[in-house]
Design a protein around this ligand. Structure first.
Ligand code: NZQ
Ligand code: ZN
Length: 396
């Protein structure tokens, strides 16, 4: 196991009705004016936004609200929020929604207290030195941003969409309110996209070169097997609070790094996928369902035993000791068939992506013969191209 530092100070308020406590939670933090960030209509329709605003006002916390965050969130709205937050002199930022609203809130919290272009931080031109604190009311188990140190924002520069992630301890939310009831209004497709994203967050950590990591291996396997068991139940029985509660907590454990500390992590598939969601404006989870098995097919020969372990422990397949590669391949096939069973796409055609756009994806990815992505197998331009082609040409 590698040395690590692990700092996750988020307080989780989990369960029915907990969003009504947000006023006292913020008040206890000695904050006085909140910038409340949300997405489209879902939290207005469900009455959640109003409940959150009411709880804050009743506790004597002033609120400035702004919605309009879209999936694959854009920098334009972040600039508007930064102006608003500065003008109103807010001292705290709260997101109501999923990864897109949370990441927009994180970026705004950073921009409000730093001069210059906030996107320079995302382009790694400078390092954050300060940030407002962030709170979250989560409405979709998926991105894990409620417990993660990351944010992902998209900006159009010279006609190209750059979808960039930034990781910083400033981005770990101070609190996250998680009421599984709130996820009952999710369309099945969004539930499935969220499922793939959670599984991808675990798998980016699982496929590692670090030896002797049995504790985090087993945690990863537990999160994955629980997701595989519970999500089909959510899809069959959307009003089942108990299964939704398990899925919601799985999404947090998948990405708050409990499963990832002490081990080299990969993250190439996320980088490969971000080009798809940026280019075609598809859901991140849908792009991952197409890319992850393709990445696995390409990298499996590097360590077939790790893939065989995944196949046997996560999907319960039997081990072929004569030919571990057969077991490894069966595990990849099982993952694809799970994704298909929950209504996810499996190739470029399913998401409207085009093979002829691959050169553009590679350019935005910033890879060449020297510059690589990922760690399990460092991938140069040719390797990334080969993986995109597997994803494009996969047929079923
Ligand atoms: O905008 P509204 O009306 O709320 O609708 C949203 C949106 O259309 C809807 N939705 C959310 N909660 C709902 C609901 N609809 C009905 N009932 C509810 N309770 O779901 C749609 C998707 O929302 P979004 O926030 O985009 O989803 P998600 O949580 O999957 O976030 C995706 C974004 O997070 C980034 C992704 O790249 C993508 O931009 N990621 C962020 C990470 C992080 N910060 O750590 C890590 C991830 O790997 C990921 O890259
Ligand atoms: Zn993700």
């Amino acid at each position: 196991m590698e040395n690590f530092e692990f700092h996750r100070p988020t307080s989780y308020y989990f369960g029915v009705g907990r969003e009504n406590e947000i006023g006292s939670i913020v008040k206890d933090l000695d904050k006085h004016k909140v910038l409340l960030v949300y997405g489209g209509n879902s939290c207005i329709k469900s009455g959640l936004l109003e409940r959150v605003q009411k709880s804050l006002s009743s506790a004597g916390v002033a609120v400035v609200s702004k919605g309009g965050v879209v999936p694959n969130p854009r920098a334009d709205l972040v600039y508007e929020l930064i102006d608003l937050g500065r003008k109103e002199q807010v001292d705290f930022v709260v997101a109501v929604g999923g990864g897109s609203a949370i990441d927009t809130a994180k970026a705004a919290a950073l921009g409000i207290v730093n001069d210059g272009d906030f996107f320079d931080f995302f382009l790694k031109k400078r390092q954050p030195k300060d940030c407002l604190e962030i709170g979250v009311v989560l409405t979709i188990p998926a991105a894990g941003s409620e417990g993660s140190s990351s944010a992902v924002i998209q900006k159009e520069i010279d006609g190209h969409f750059y979808k960039c992630g930034l990781s910083s301890n400033f981005f770990v939310p101070t609190f996250a309110v998680m009421n599984p009831e709130l996820t009952k209004t999710l369309p099945a497709y969004q539930t499935a996209c969220g499922t793939v994203d959670m599984m991808a967050h675990v798998m980016e950590r699982y496929f590692t070169n670090t030896p002797e990591v049995s504790i985090t291996d087993r945690l990863c396997e537990a999160v994955l097997t629980s997701i595989i068991e519970t999500v089909p139940r959510v899809l069959r029985d959307p009003d089942n609070y108990e299964v939704r509660a398990n899925v919601m907590w799985a999404g947090t454990l998948a990405h708050n790094d409990t499963c990832g500390v002490g081990r080299e992590q990969d993250w190439a598939t996320h980088a490969l996928e971000h080009q798809l969601s940026a280019l075609y404006d598809i859901a991140h989870g849908a792009g991952l369902a197409v890319m992850f098995p393709a990445w696995m097919e390409y990298t499996m020969p590097h360590n077939p035993m790790r893939f065989a372990q995944f196949a046997t422990r996560v999907f319960g397949l039997s081990m072929d000791f004569e030919d571990p590669k057969r077991t490894a391949k069966a595990g990849i096939a099982a993952l694809r068939s799970f994704f298909k069973s929950i209504g996810m796409p499996l190739n470029f055609a399913d998401i409207g992506a085009k093979e002829e756009d691959i050169p553009q994806m590679l350019k935005l990815l910033g890879v060449d013969s020297e510059r690589t992505i990922g760690h399990f197998v460092p991938l140069n331009r040719d390797a990334c191209e080969a993986i995109y082609k597997i994803a494009a040409q996969y047929s079923y």
